[in-house]
Design a protein around this ligand. Structure first.
Ligand code: AMP
Length: 356
Protein backbone atom coordinates (compact mmCIF):
# COMPACT_ATOMS: atom_id res chain seq x y z
CA UNK A 1 0.00 0.00 0.00
CA UNK A 2 2.79 2.45 0.88
CA UNK A 3 2.95 5.27 3.41
CA UNK A 4 1.27 8.67 2.86
CA UNK A 5 3.01 10.95 0.40
CA UNK A 6 4.37 13.93 2.36
CA UNK A 7 6.45 15.85 -0.19
CA UNK A 8 5.16 17.38 -3.42
CA UNK A 9 7.15 17.18 -6.68
CA UNK A 10 7.98 20.85 -6.16
CA UNK A 11 9.65 20.15 -2.79
CA UNK A 12 11.64 17.27 -4.30
CA UNK A 13 12.64 19.20 -7.45
CA UNK A 14 16.18 20.19 -6.23
CA UNK A 15 17.01 16.52 -5.55
CA UNK A 16 16.18 15.29 -9.04
CA UNK A 17 19.00 13.24 -10.51
CA UNK A 18 21.49 14.02 -7.73
CA UNK A 19 22.60 12.75 -4.34
CA UNK A 20 21.25 14.79 -1.42
CA UNK A 21 23.50 16.66 0.99
CA UNK A 22 22.58 16.13 4.63
CA UNK A 23 22.38 19.55 6.33
CA UNK A 24 21.68 20.78 9.82
CA UNK A 25 22.47 23.64 12.21
CA UNK A 26 25.91 23.35 13.85
CA UNK A 27 24.66 22.54 17.36
CA UNK A 28 22.49 20.11 19.35
CA UNK A 29 23.15 16.69 17.72
CA UNK A 30 25.04 17.87 14.63
CA UNK A 31 28.19 15.82 15.34
CA UNK A 32 26.13 12.65 15.37
CA UNK A 33 24.09 13.61 12.29
CA UNK A 34 27.21 14.45 10.23
CA UNK A 35 29.10 11.41 11.52
CA UNK A 36 26.21 9.09 10.61
CA UNK A 37 25.70 10.73 7.22
CA UNK A 38 29.38 10.38 6.40
CA UNK A 39 29.37 6.68 7.33
CA UNK A 40 26.55 6.18 4.84
CA UNK A 41 28.41 8.10 2.12
CA UNK A 42 26.49 11.40 2.11
CA UNK A 43 27.99 14.83 1.63
CA UNK A 44 27.28 17.09 4.63
CA UNK A 45 26.61 20.80 5.14
CA UNK A 46 26.72 22.69 8.45
CA UNK A 47 24.61 25.82 8.91
CA UNK A 48 26.58 28.02 11.28
CA UNK A 49 25.65 31.12 13.22
CA UNK A 50 28.56 33.45 12.57
CA UNK A 51 31.87 31.70 12.00
CA UNK A 52 31.88 27.88 11.74
CA UNK A 53 32.54 26.49 15.23
CA UNK A 54 36.14 25.40 15.82
CA UNK A 55 35.21 22.28 17.78
CA UNK A 56 34.63 20.37 14.55
CA UNK A 57 38.41 20.50 13.94
CA UNK A 58 38.75 18.21 16.94
CA UNK A 59 36.35 15.64 15.42
CA UNK A 60 37.45 14.99 11.84
CA UNK A 61 34.97 12.13 11.30
CA UNK A 62 32.07 14.44 12.12
CA UNK A 63 33.17 17.69 10.48
CA UNK A 64 30.77 18.78 7.73
CA UNK A 65 32.16 18.92 4.18
CA UNK A 66 31.02 22.51 3.79
CA UNK A 67 29.55 25.33 5.84
CA UNK A 68 26.89 27.92 5.22
CA UNK A 69 27.77 30.74 7.61
CA UNK A 70 24.87 33.08 8.38
CA UNK A 71 24.84 36.22 10.53
CA UNK A 72 21.48 35.00 11.96
CA UNK A 73 20.22 31.45 11.62
CA UNK A 74 16.66 32.78 11.86
CA UNK A 75 17.19 34.24 8.38
CA UNK A 76 17.82 30.84 6.85
CA UNK A 77 14.84 31.38 4.54
CA UNK A 78 16.78 34.03 2.64
CA UNK A 79 19.38 31.37 1.80
CA UNK A 80 16.94 28.73 0.61
CA UNK A 81 18.13 29.02 -3.01
CA UNK A 82 21.72 28.23 -2.01
CA UNK A 83 20.55 25.25 0.07
CA UNK A 84 18.46 23.97 -2.84
CA UNK A 85 21.48 24.30 -5.16
CA UNK A 86 23.51 22.16 -2.78
CA UNK A 87 20.75 19.51 -2.79
CA UNK A 88 20.29 20.00 0.94
CA UNK A 89 17.97 17.83 3.02
CA UNK A 90 17.50 19.54 6.38
CA UNK A 91 17.53 17.34 9.45
CA UNK A 92 15.41 19.12 12.10
CA UNK A 93 16.82 19.41 15.62
CA UNK A 94 16.02 21.41 18.75
CA UNK A 95 18.14 24.19 17.28
CA UNK A 96 15.62 24.74 14.49
CA UNK A 97 12.85 25.07 17.08
CA UNK A 98 15.00 27.46 19.14
CA UNK A 99 16.57 29.67 16.44
CA UNK A 100 14.20 29.44 13.47
CA UNK A 101 10.83 28.74 15.16
CA UNK A 102 8.06 26.39 14.04
CA UNK A 103 6.29 29.01 11.89
CA UNK A 104 9.25 29.92 9.74
CA UNK A 105 10.56 26.37 9.65
CA UNK A 106 7.30 24.95 8.31
CA UNK A 107 7.46 27.34 5.35
CA UNK A 108 11.13 26.84 4.37
CA UNK A 109 11.26 25.98 0.67
CA UNK A 110 13.96 23.32 1.25
CA UNK A 111 13.36 19.55 1.62
CA UNK A 112 13.12 18.47 5.26
CA UNK A 113 13.65 14.95 6.65
CA UNK A 114 10.39 13.78 8.26
CA UNK A 115 6.96 15.36 8.26
CA UNK A 116 7.31 19.09 8.94
CA UNK A 117 3.62 19.33 9.93
CA UNK A 118 4.50 17.57 13.17
CA UNK A 119 6.25 20.65 14.55
CA UNK A 120 3.01 22.58 14.97
CA UNK A 121 1.62 19.65 17.02
CA UNK A 122 4.72 19.49 19.18
CA UNK A 123 5.23 23.18 19.86
CA UNK A 124 1.65 23.92 20.96
CA UNK A 125 1.03 22.36 24.43
CA UNK A 126 -2.75 22.16 23.81
CA UNK A 127 -2.38 20.40 20.47
CA UNK A 128 0.25 18.09 21.92
CA UNK A 129 -2.16 17.02 24.68
CA UNK A 130 -4.95 16.51 22.14
CA UNK A 131 -2.67 14.19 20.15
CA UNK A 132 -1.24 12.21 23.07
CA UNK A 133 -4.48 11.86 25.05
CA UNK A 134 -6.27 11.01 21.81
CA UNK A 135 -3.71 8.25 21.37
CA UNK A 136 -4.70 6.86 24.77
CA UNK A 137 -1.40 7.72 26.46
CA UNK A 138 -1.38 8.53 30.21
CA UNK A 139 -0.37 12.14 30.90
CA UNK A 140 0.00 14.18 34.10
CA UNK A 141 -3.32 15.81 35.01
CA UNK A 142 -3.74 19.42 34.02
CA UNK A 143 -5.52 21.74 36.48
CA UNK A 144 -7.60 24.58 35.05
CA UNK A 145 -9.19 25.29 38.42
CA UNK A 146 -6.63 25.52 41.27
CA UNK A 147 -9.31 24.44 43.79
CA UNK A 148 -9.08 20.93 42.28
CA UNK A 149 -5.42 20.56 43.27
CA UNK A 150 -4.99 17.62 45.62
CA UNK A 151 -1.26 16.90 45.52
CA UNK A 152 2.10 18.20 44.31
CA UNK A 153 2.11 20.35 41.17
CA UNK A 154 4.53 21.87 38.69
CA UNK A 155 3.71 25.23 37.13
CA UNK A 156 5.12 25.83 33.66
CA UNK A 157 5.11 29.28 32.15
CA UNK A 158 4.31 29.43 28.46
CA UNK A 159 7.49 29.99 26.51
CA UNK A 160 9.64 29.28 29.59
CA UNK A 161 12.98 28.71 27.94
CA UNK A 162 14.98 25.68 28.97
CA UNK A 163 13.00 24.92 32.12
CA UNK A 164 13.74 28.22 33.86
CA UNK A 165 11.03 29.70 36.02
CA UNK A 166 9.06 26.52 36.75
CA UNK A 167 7.38 26.49 40.15
CA UNK A 168 7.05 23.39 42.31
CA UNK A 169 4.52 23.16 45.10
CA UNK A 170 3.72 20.24 47.36
CA UNK A 171 0.04 21.19 47.70
CA UNK A 172 -2.55 23.88 46.95
CA UNK A 173 -1.68 25.95 50.02
CA UNK A 174 1.97 26.12 49.07
CA UNK A 175 1.05 27.06 45.50
CA UNK A 176 -1.05 29.98 46.81
CA UNK A 177 2.06 31.43 48.46
CA UNK A 178 3.66 31.95 45.02
CA UNK A 179 2.97 34.97 42.86
CA UNK A 180 2.14 33.70 39.36
CA UNK A 181 1.57 36.54 36.95
CA UNK A 182 2.34 35.14 33.50
CA UNK A 183 0.37 32.73 31.30
CA UNK A 184 1.05 29.22 32.60
CA UNK A 185 -0.20 25.67 32.95
CA UNK A 186 -0.53 23.84 36.26
CA UNK A 187 0.31 20.16 35.99
CA UNK A 188 0.26 17.28 38.45
CA UNK A 189 3.87 16.69 39.59
CA UNK A 190 4.46 13.01 38.95
CA UNK A 191 6.81 11.33 41.42
CA UNK A 192 8.97 8.58 39.98
CA UNK A 193 11.97 8.14 37.67
CA UNK A 194 12.37 9.90 34.36
CA UNK A 195 12.98 8.16 31.04
CA UNK A 196 13.53 9.84 27.69
CA UNK A 197 12.81 7.13 25.14
CA UNK A 198 14.34 7.40 21.66
CA UNK A 199 12.17 5.87 18.93
CA UNK A 200 12.50 5.77 15.17
CA UNK A 201 9.50 5.22 12.93
CA UNK A 202 10.25 4.00 9.44
CA UNK A 203 7.38 4.08 6.95
CA UNK A 204 9.59 2.09 4.54
CA UNK A 205 10.56 -0.88 6.68
CA UNK A 206 8.15 -3.79 6.38
CA UNK A 207 9.88 -5.99 8.96
CA UNK A 208 10.36 -5.83 12.73
CA UNK A 209 7.80 -4.29 15.11
CA UNK A 210 5.10 -3.40 12.59
CA UNK A 211 3.09 -0.20 13.08
CA UNK A 212 0.93 1.25 10.29
CA UNK A 213 2.58 0.26 7.01
CA UNK A 214 6.03 0.63 8.52
CA UNK A 215 8.03 -0.34 11.56
CA UNK A 216 8.85 1.09 14.98
CA UNK A 217 12.40 0.85 16.36
CA UNK A 218 13.69 1.56 19.86
CA UNK A 219 17.16 3.10 19.50
CA UNK A 220 17.96 4.18 23.06
CA UNK A 221 17.01 5.88 26.31
CA UNK A 222 18.61 8.63 28.33
CA UNK A 223 17.98 10.79 31.34
CA UNK A 224 18.65 14.50 31.30
CA UNK A 225 20.95 16.22 33.72
CA UNK A 226 19.04 19.27 34.88
CA UNK A 227 20.57 22.17 36.78
CA UNK A 228 19.99 23.17 39.43
CA UNK A 229 17.21 20.73 40.47
CA UNK A 230 19.35 17.57 40.26
CA UNK A 231 21.83 18.62 42.94
CA UNK A 232 19.75 21.07 44.94
CA UNK A 233 19.04 18.62 47.77
CA UNK A 234 22.70 18.88 48.86
CA UNK A 235 22.12 22.43 50.07
CA UNK A 236 19.17 21.83 52.38
CA UNK A 237 15.39 21.55 52.36
CA UNK A 238 13.29 23.22 49.66
CA UNK A 239 11.75 25.54 52.28
CA UNK A 240 15.16 26.72 53.46
CA UNK A 241 16.30 27.25 49.89
CA UNK A 242 13.22 29.26 48.96
CA UNK A 243 13.73 31.45 52.05
CA UNK A 244 17.28 32.05 50.83
CA UNK A 245 15.91 33.05 47.41
CA UNK A 246 17.15 29.92 45.63
CA UNK A 247 14.57 28.55 43.19
CA UNK A 248 14.61 25.23 41.34
CA UNK A 249 15.39 25.31 37.62
CA UNK A 250 15.33 22.54 35.02
CA UNK A 251 18.02 23.72 32.60
CA UNK A 252 19.38 20.79 30.61
CA UNK A 253 23.17 20.61 30.93
CA UNK A 254 23.84 17.09 29.66
CA UNK A 255 22.54 13.55 29.37
CA UNK A 256 23.23 10.14 30.86
CA UNK A 257 22.46 6.70 29.40
CA UNK A 258 19.79 4.52 31.01
CA UNK A 259 17.93 1.28 30.31
CA UNK A 260 14.49 0.39 31.58
CA UNK A 261 13.42 -2.84 33.32
CA UNK A 262 12.98 -5.35 30.54
CA UNK A 263 9.50 -6.27 31.80
CA UNK A 264 8.43 -2.69 30.99
CA UNK A 265 9.41 -2.89 27.31
CA UNK A 266 5.99 -4.11 26.13
CA UNK A 267 4.44 -0.93 27.59
CA UNK A 268 7.19 1.22 26.08
CA UNK A 269 6.46 -0.17 22.61
CA UNK A 270 2.69 0.16 23.08
CA UNK A 271 3.09 3.86 23.93
CA UNK A 272 5.26 4.48 20.86
CA UNK A 273 2.85 2.54 18.69
CA UNK A 274 -0.25 4.45 19.83
CA UNK A 275 1.47 7.81 19.31
CA UNK A 276 2.54 6.89 15.77
CA UNK A 277 -0.89 5.51 14.85
CA UNK A 278 -2.62 8.68 16.06
CA UNK A 279 -0.11 10.84 14.15
CA UNK A 280 -1.02 9.01 10.94
CA UNK A 281 -4.71 9.84 11.48
CA UNK A 282 -4.07 13.44 12.52
CA UNK A 283 -1.46 14.69 10.07
CA UNK A 284 -0.17 11.96 7.78
CA UNK A 285 2.25 10.45 10.28
CA UNK A 286 5.47 11.14 12.04
CA UNK A 287 8.56 9.91 10.20
CA UNK A 288 12.00 9.22 11.63
CA UNK A 289 13.24 9.91 15.16
CA UNK A 290 11.06 11.04 18.04
CA UNK A 291 11.40 10.98 21.82
CA UNK A 292 8.75 10.19 24.42
CA UNK A 293 9.59 11.89 27.69
CA UNK A 294 7.98 10.65 30.85
CA UNK A 295 8.04 9.39 34.39
CA UNK A 296 7.68 5.80 35.63
CA UNK A 297 5.99 5.72 39.03
CA UNK A 298 6.40 3.16 41.83
CA UNK A 299 3.17 1.58 40.56
CA UNK A 300 5.02 1.08 37.25
CA UNK A 301 2.68 3.45 35.45
CA UNK A 302 4.29 5.66 32.82
CA UNK A 303 3.18 9.30 32.50
CA UNK A 304 4.21 11.17 29.36
CA UNK A 305 4.84 14.87 29.99
CA UNK A 306 6.33 15.74 26.62
CA UNK A 307 7.09 14.50 23.11
CA UNK A 308 9.90 15.72 20.88
CA UNK A 309 9.16 14.89 17.28
CA UNK A 310 12.73 14.89 15.98
CA UNK A 311 16.19 13.73 17.01
CA UNK A 312 16.85 14.68 20.66
CA UNK A 313 20.24 15.58 22.11
CA UNK A 314 19.96 12.62 24.50
CA UNK A 315 20.85 10.37 21.55
CA UNK A 316 24.36 11.90 21.65
CA UNK A 317 25.31 9.40 24.34
CA UNK A 318 24.97 6.64 21.72
CA UNK A 319 27.10 7.75 18.76
CA UNK A 320 28.51 4.22 18.64
CA UNK A 321 25.23 2.46 19.32
CA UNK A 322 23.11 1.81 22.43
CA UNK A 323 22.13 -1.35 24.33
CA UNK A 324 18.95 -1.32 22.21
CA UNK A 325 20.16 -0.09 18.80
CA UNK A 326 23.00 -2.62 18.83
CA UNK A 327 20.31 -5.29 18.49
CA UNK A 328 18.87 -3.51 15.43
CA UNK A 329 22.26 -3.05 13.75
CA UNK A 330 25.69 -2.90 15.39
CA UNK A 331 27.02 0.59 16.16
CA UNK A 332 23.81 2.29 15.05
CA UNK A 333 23.27 5.90 16.15
CA UNK A 334 20.07 7.84 15.49
CA UNK A 335 22.05 10.13 13.17
CA UNK A 336 23.20 7.15 11.13
CA UNK A 337 19.67 5.68 11.16
CA UNK A 338 18.40 8.88 9.49
CA UNK A 339 21.03 8.53 6.75
CA UNK A 340 20.13 4.85 6.24
CA UNK A 341 16.44 5.73 5.84
CA UNK A 342 17.27 8.43 3.30
CA UNK A 343 19.47 6.01 1.36
CA UNK A 344 16.72 3.40 1.27
CA UNK A 345 14.12 5.96 0.15
CA UNK A 346 16.41 6.97 -2.73
CA UNK A 347 17.04 3.40 -3.84
CA UNK A 348 13.32 2.53 -3.71
CA UNK A 349 12.18 5.81 -5.31
CA UNK A 350 10.16 6.69 -2.17
CA UNK A 351 11.63 10.06 -1.15
CA UNK A 352 8.15 11.60 -1.02
CA UNK A 353 7.31 9.33 1.92
CA UNK A 354 10.21 10.41 4.15
CA UNK A 355 10.73 14.05 3.15
CA UNK A 356 8.37 17.02 3.27
P1 AMP B 1 9.47 20.18 30.11
O1 AMP B 1 9.86 21.61 29.86
O2 AMP B 1 7.98 19.92 30.06
O3 AMP B 1 10.27 19.23 29.24
O4 AMP B 1 9.92 19.83 31.61
C1 AMP B 1 11.23 20.04 32.06
C2 AMP B 1 11.53 19.12 33.21
O5 AMP B 1 10.59 19.30 34.27
C3 AMP B 1 11.45 17.62 32.88
O6 AMP B 1 12.61 17.13 32.29
C4 AMP B 1 11.16 17.02 34.23
O7 AMP B 1 12.35 16.91 35.01
C5 AMP B 1 10.29 18.05 34.90
N1 AMP B 1 8.84 17.80 34.72
C6 AMP B 1 8.08 18.28 33.72
N2 AMP B 1 6.79 17.92 33.88
C7 AMP B 1 6.73 17.18 35.00
C8 AMP B 1 5.68 16.53 35.71
N3 AMP B 1 4.40 16.59 35.29
N4 AMP B 1 6.00 15.86 36.85
C9 AMP B 1 7.28 15.83 37.30
N5 AMP B 1 8.31 16.44 36.69
C10 AMP B 1 8.06 17.11 35.54
Amino acid sequence: MGAPRLASDKVLEPLKGRDPTIATICSHSSLQIFHGARLEGFRTLGIARGRPPRFYDAFPLAKPDLFLALPKVAEIGEHAERLRKEGAVLVPTGSFVEYVGPERFSKLPVPVFGNRKVMEWESDREKERLWLEGAGVRMPRKFTDPSEIDGPVIVKYYGAKGGRGFILAKNRRELESHKIDEPHVIQEYVIGTRYYIHFFYSPLNDRGYRVGDGSLELLGMDRRDEANIDELYKLGSQEELLRAGIHPTFVVTGNVPVVIRESLLPEVFEIGEKIVERSIDLFGGMVGPFCVEGIMTEKLEFYVFEISTRIVAGTNVYINGSPYSDMVAPGLSTGRRIAIELKRAISEGRLAEVLS
